[in-house]
Each structure stands twice: as structure tokens, then as C-alpha cells.
Design a binder for this molecule. Structure first.
Ligand SMILES: CC(C)(COP(=O)(O)OP(=O)(O)OC[C@H]1O[C@@H](n2cnc3c(N)ncnc32)[C@H](O)[C@@H]1OP(=O)(O)O)[C@@H](O)C(=O)NCCC(=O)NCCS
Length: 261
């Protein structure tokens, strides 16, 4: 069920850490946020600072590249891959009579699939590191209506999320796009991603946005469950580029609209 806007920030209660007064526009927004669950390492959420950059990159890259094995498995069960895995060795045996060549062709197809599975994620990471993630302060912290947050636990940076205004929203809408939600694998299942998303939703509501939108891939199942549980709805799907089409992994679009919008 979609939560009402008033029910969103049930964990918003304390002052956020890491405020740098007056420097960045988004820092003038003062969320009341601190959350943790019982029997788990405490964590808190604060706004991004320049010194976080390396760790944020690291979390982002790991969070994306961890989907490469699932992409490989997804590729293996595509009909066209099964056709290649069966057809190529058979053709080799029929043409050359060599079982060695047949075995080598299977190895070759598997190697090709392994390389192909890496490509869309590597390409996406490289693109981000050359665009919005190249200078996070410049991209997210210097304009009104955008921001980037990190979650810290035990002095370690363990989660990230950012939001940028959509350049060409539908007529009459003001939309914030969620980017780079990621939590370190050692700190998952503690509600950190949920808390980061709530922070962004609260920010969007306070800044007068009508919707929060985001794109994710069909493989990111944990993220889907998270977004659905937080009132996002699927609005469409598309291929982000040639490699995504080749590996048959569409992006799914999600939207969270505020009730008063
Ligand atoms: C998706 C991700 C951010 C979730 O982080 P997390 O801190 O473990 O998530 P939370 O503990 O806040 O869980 C929130 C909700 O997400 C869903 N969820 C999280 N992990 C899940 C899993 N492994 N399986 C199913 N649902 C899951 C659940 O609905 C959960 O709510 P619940 O605990 O009340 O059931 C994390 O797995 C991640 O960083 N993945 C790699 C990067 C990535 O794919 N990011 C998404 C970009 S769109």
C-alpha cells in the first residue's frame, strides 16, 4: 500500500550530522533525521562532504558490479544463448568431426557471455564517473533542489543516495530523480537504504517536488522490493542502450507521487 506523505518520516526526529552552514544550497535544508534499529550497529545520515568522494565511488562501483554474476546467469538462460551453446558445438562436430573444437566452441561462447555480462555495468559506471559522479559537490550540492547524502556507521561510510531535478518533467510536474542508492554488503538488511530513501523523499516534499522518479534494472530485485514498499509505482520500462538490449535487461522506471501534488 502506498504510504501517505504524513506517514513517511516516522524516523525523522533528530538533527542531521555534518552540516556545513551556508556553503551549499541544499545544506540550507534542515532535515530532522537519525535512525537505527535495535541490536544492530547504529548509523546516521548526513549530507555529502568532499572528503567522502573516494568511499562514495567505491560503494557505487561495488554496488553496480555486484550485478555482473546475475547478468551472466540471466544471459545463460536466454533462448539465443542456449541456441548458441547447443548449435555451435553441433555445427563444429558436423563440419570438422572434432569433439575438441566442439568443446572449445562451448568455452568460447561462455567466455563471450562473461565479457558481455560485464559490459553494460562497466559502461554505466564509467559514464557516471565522467558525469554526475565526477564532482559530486558540483553536481549535487551547489544548486537549489538537489542533494547527496551518505550513511555512516562506526565511523565508516556505508550508504549513499543522491537527488537531482528532472530537466524536462511532464507539464505541471516538478520531479526529483533519485540516483546511486547503495549500501555496503556488510551493512544490508538494517534499514539503511530505507532511511536514505526516506531522507530523499522528505527533502523532495520540503522542496515542493510533486514526484520522485528513478530508473533501475530488472535484475535489481532488492531495490524493487524496497521501492515498492515505500510507495513507488512502476511506470514503464525501456533499454538504456545497445548493450542493455543485447543482454536483454530493460530499465524499470519507478515514481513516487506526493498525495497533495
Ligand atoms: C538495494 C539496497 C540499496 C538495499 O539496501 P539495504 O540497506 O539492505 O535495504 P534495507 O535494509 O533498507 O531494506 C529495505 C527494504 O528493501 C527490501 N530488500 C532489501 N534487501 C532485500 C533482499 N535481499 N531481498 C528482498 N528484499 C529486500 C525489503 O523490502 C526491505 O524492507 P524490509 O526489511 O522491511 O523487508 C542494497 O541491496 C544495495 O546497495 N544493492 C546494490 C546497489 C543497488 O542495486 N542499488 C539500487 C540502485 S536502483
Amino acid at each position: 500500500m502506498r504510504p501517505e506523505a504524513d506517514a513517511l518520516p516516522d524516523t525523522l526526529g533528530c538533527a542531521v550530522a555534518g552540516k556545513v552552514p551556508g556553503k551549499y544550497t541544499c545544506l540550507t535544508w534542515m532535515p530532522r533525521f537519525e535512525t537505527q534499529k535495535f541490536a544492530m550497529a547504529p548509523y546516521h545520515i548526513r549530507q555529502y562532504q568532499d572528503s567522502d568522494q573516494k568511499r562514495v565511488w567505491d560503494l557505487f562501483i561495488r554496488g553496480m558490479e555486484e550485478h555482473i554474476p546475475a547478468t551472466f546467469r540471466h544471459l545463460l538462460i536466454l533462448p539465443r544463448t542456449l541456441f548458441l551453446l547447443l548449435g555451435l558445438p553441433l555445427a563444429m562436430v558436423l563440419v570438422s568431426g572434432s569433439w575438441l573444437l566442439a568443446a572449445m566452441s562451448i568455452f568460447f561462447v561462455l567466455l563471450l557471455m562473461k565479457l558481455l555480462a560485464r559490459q553494460p555495468w562497466k559502461e554505466y559506471v564509467a559514464k557516471c564517473l565522467h558525469t554526475d559522479m565526477a564532482d559530486i559537490t558540483k553536481s549535487y550540492m551547489s544548486a537549489r533542489g538537489s542533494c547527496f547524502w551518505v550513511a555512516e556507521s562506526g565511523g565508516e561510510l556505508v550508504g549513499t543516495v543522491g537527488g537531482l531535478p528532472v530537466k524536462d518533467p511532464p507539464l505541471g510536474r516538478k520531479q526529483l530523480e533519485l540516483f546511486h542508492l547503495s549500501v555496503s554488503s556488510q551493512h544490508r538488511g538494517q534499514g539503511i537504504a530505507k532511511a536514505l530513501t526516506r531522507t530523499l523523499l522528505q527533502f523532495a516534499r520540503d522542496q515542493g517536488y510533486s514526484d520522485v522518479v528513478l530508473d533501475t534494472s530488472i535484475l535489481q530485485k532488492s531495490a524493487h522490493a524496497l521501492y515498492m514498499s515505500m510507495g513507488f509505482q512502476k511506470t514503464g520500462q525501456y533499454f538504456m542502450g545497445a548493450f542493455w538490449r543485447l543482454v536483454d535487461i530493460p530499465a524499470i522506471q519507478f515514481k513516487h507521487s506526493f498525495p497533495s501534488a
